[in-house]
Design a protein around this ligand. Structure first.
Ligand code: SAH
Length: 267
């Protein structure tokens, strides 16, 4: 437990319990080289690492040999640990004196339930730090080499989820999104994209708006599927992307070189 503070003695000579700490660390979209230096340092000083599914083993290898690695993510045929159980586990380990690193895909505070973990830690009086990570929308844009915002084409960026807490499509303000003229980054929208597109088109967004689905963004096995808001949902269902998939919708998607080349071919 290298990173734990030494046992302290209180003013009246009472030995205080050794208190650990927790760090919520953004692991970025996949590859270890998209970690921040601060994330690497936090992982290197961990006593316990709690990690999600799809975290690159090379990232886990950064933890000290003696650190415990606990998989709390979802895997085929096995359920993920419940969020409340994860919250309890982080608190328990930190109260026992460990430096707990909670390693989460992308950024821990973007659709990552990091807020719930922060609440539990604060409630228990555990010191906590957060290390930001590269979120999927930024990773996908970098990979496609398109801007997420553009002074002429897109003056805002909206992170939306396609997956509500009960699994159905959340009740977004579709009219406001359609009217915004900005870029939409739809997380967890692989299955609900047909409904997302239907709502946006019904709310007035043009079906011809460029859209792209990026599976495994910034990983060696990345795949992209370009289309329009109207035709991407069916194409995506057909393509059967199974890895984490982000959908970008907006005029900026039209700036991708690959798409432009495809359009030239089709013309
Ligand atoms: N905290 C994460 C998001 C977690 S929600 C972040 O900031 O990126 C999980 C969703 O994120 C997935 O369903 C997918 O939509 C998106 N996602 C995460 N990693 C991705 C990747 N490498 N490529 C494409 N989408 C990804």
């Amino acid at each position: 437990m290298s990173a734990c503070p030494p046992v302290e003695t209180g003013p009246v000579g009472v030995t205080l319990a050794r208190l650990g700490r927790a760090t919520l660390v953004g692991a970025g979209p996949g590859d270890a080289d998209l970690l921040t230096v601060r994330a690497v340092r936090a992982i290197q000083s961990a006593d316990v690492v709690l990690y999600d599914a799809l975290i690159d083993p090379a990232i886990l290898d950064l933890a000290p040999i003696g650190a415990r690695r606990i998989d709390v993510g979802k895997r085929c045929g096995r359920h993920a640990m419940q969020q409340t159980a994860i919250n309890r586990l982080i608190v328990k380990e930190a109260l026992a004196g460990a430096h707990v690193v909670r390693l989460k895909g992308g950024d821990p505070l973007v659709f990552g339930r990091g807020g719930e973990e922060l609440d539990s830690l604060r409630l228990a009086g555990v010191p906590v730090a957060v290390v930001p990570g590269v979120t999927a929308a930024c990773a996908a844009a970098a990979s496609l080499q398109i801007p997420l915002t553009h002074r002429d084409m897109s003056r805002s960026l909206h992170f939306v989820t396609g997956h509500g807490s009960d699994g159905s499509l959340p009740n977004h303000d579709w009219a406001a999104l359609a009217r915004s003229g900005g870029t939409l980054a739809a997380y967890m929208a692989g299955r609900t994209l047909p409904a997302v597109a239907e709502r946006l088109i019904a709310a007035g967004m043009s079906g011809a708006t460029p859209a792209v689905a990026v599976e495994n963004a910034a990983r060696p096995n990345e795949r992209r599927l370009f289309g329009t808001l109207a035709d991407l949902p069916a194409a995506l269902t057909k393509a059967g992307f199974v890895g984490p998939t982000l959908v970008l919708i907006g005029a900026v998607v039209g700036l991708a070189e690959e798409r432009t080349a495809l359009e030239r071919l089709a013309a």
